[in-house]
Design a protein around this ligand. Structure first.
Ligand SMILES: [Zn+2]
Ligand SMILES: [Zn+2]
Length: 421
């Protein structure tokens, strides 16, 4: 007998989306910063606990938690959501907009917003948990759900693993994850190979010698040194990297001095690097070090500059075999709403660590959150890039429908694909 179609199977679960809509709005109006996702994790775990059957393991790597549904012999499939919000003041004007403020790890009070859609990820994963439980007669294996903290800092997945995630839940055969993106709501995109870039961030401190603004000859001016360095760094991508390779070097912050007539003694730069190929990444990192040190020497600075890496996200590389199986399933269910060759993006994720740390394959896909008529209007006007707020914008506001249903369906179909219907 041929297996039931995904559409026929999912229809039998009868999920009440209203409950999930309320949950989403609650999560959206109560965001928490990275490593402070206490209430978020408690809300999600309590929501899952009400289903029964899931074994819940709390406080892994901070506020992360995992849940296991043992459903007979077979493969172990892991589905992942992240939990954290961002230090951004929400300006969407939504009735359920966040007004939350929290003190971050540096001790500064910040406005907080779910500007990356992790609230939608949580909601979709909980919805999928209910559907897969309802459909348990149709599949066999072990389902592991991971709710990960601190994605935005690039540290949460590793923190969960370092805290014994895989001693506390079964090691998965397959690892699956998804992210909401500025695409048409209802659409889904995946691709084999690299779907997201690697990201590396650095803090650079240049030391000069401070003094009076009227006597620059008695100082080593870190403002001039930093200015030269910003321009010099532009040469890495334009002059040192093969134009066929993807590479980004952004100086995202530059701080020095407080007064017009004072030459200060140091300057700080924040650098962001994106790459896809490891050798390109290594070249960029080496070039940054070379230029920072050379600029300091060229300026006659006595004290050596300091470079500290503040973030690292690996490349998200979709396993080819897994992607092929998943794309066949998504094509069956979503039809032309699924793009099997969605463009790679240069944002980054720590999701792959959940699989690569165990030598297991993984696949990650995108689903759209932009209200379909708005999307079509902006596409027709050629204004998608200018006028559709992207993730991390203060105006980021996913349409609830059909975004939520699409995210739930995609997770269920992903899991069922690797359990075998
Ligand atoms: Zn984000
Ligand atoms: Zn995100």
């Amino acid at each position: 007998m041929a297996p039931a179609s995904f559409a026929a199977l999912l229809r039998t679960a009868h999920l009440d989306l209203g409950i999930y809509e309320d949950l989403y709005k609650h999560l959206h109006s109560h965001p928490e910063l990275s490593n402070q996702e206490k209430e978020t994790a408690e809300t999600a775990a309590a929501f899952l606990a009400r289903l029964g059957d899931y074994e819940i393991v709390r406080d892994i790597g901070g506020h992360g938690f995992a849940a296991v549904l043992r459903n007979g012999p077979g493969k172990t499939v892991l589905l992942r959501s992240d939990l954290d919000g961002l230090p951004i003041k929400e300006e969407t004007g939504l009735p359920y907009a966040s007004t939350v403020r929290q003190v971050n790890q540096e001790g500064e009070e910040k406005p907080v917003m779910h500007a990356c859609g992790h609230d939608m990820h949580i909601t979709c994963l909980l919805g999928a948990a209910e559907v897969l439980l309802a459909l348990r007669a149709s599949w066999s294996g072990t389902l592991v759900l991971v709710f990960q903290p601190a994605e935005e800092r690039g540290t949460g997945a590793k923190a969960m693993i370092d805290d014994g995630l895989y001693d506390r839940v079964p090691v998965p055969d397959y690892v699956l994850g998804q992210h909401i993106m500025p695409m048409r709501a209802g659409s889904v995109g995946c691709r084999p190979g690299t779907i997201m870039a690697a990201a590396d961030s650095f803090k650079v401190t240049l030391f000069g010698r401070g003094g009076h603004g009227s006597a620059p000859h008695r100082t080593v001016d870190p403002v001039v040194m930093a200015s030269n360095l910003v321009v010099r760094l532009q040469n890495i991508v334009s002059r040192e990297i093969d134009p066929n390779e993807m590479a980004v070097v952004t100086v995202g912050s530059l701080q020095a001095g407080h007064a017009e007539n004072v030459i200060v003694d140091h300057a700080e730069l924040g650098l962001d690097v994106r790459s896809v190929t490891p050798s390109v990444r290594d070249h960029i990192v080496g070039a940054i070090k070379r230029m920072v040190e050379a600029e300091s020497v060229a300026s006659g600075a006595k004290k050596k500059p300091v470079i500290v890496q503040t973030r690292h996200f690996p490349v998200t590389d979709n396993d080819k075999g897994m992607t092929e199986s998943l794309s066949a399933s998504f094509t069956e269910y979503f039809g032309n709403r699924f793009d099997p060759n969605t463009p790679r993006v240069n944002v980054a994720e720590d999701f792959p660590v959940l699989a690569s740390s165990q030598g297991r394959p993984s696949v990650f896909w995108f689903f759209g959150g932009v209200e379909p008529s708005l999307w079509d209007e902006k596409v027709a006007a050629g204004k998608v890039l200018d006028e559709i707020p992207s993730n991390h914008s203060s105006l980021f506001a996913p349409a609830l429908h059909p975004t939520m249903q699409t995210g739930i369906d995609a997770l269920c179909i992903g899991a069922l694909t690797f359990f075998g219907r």
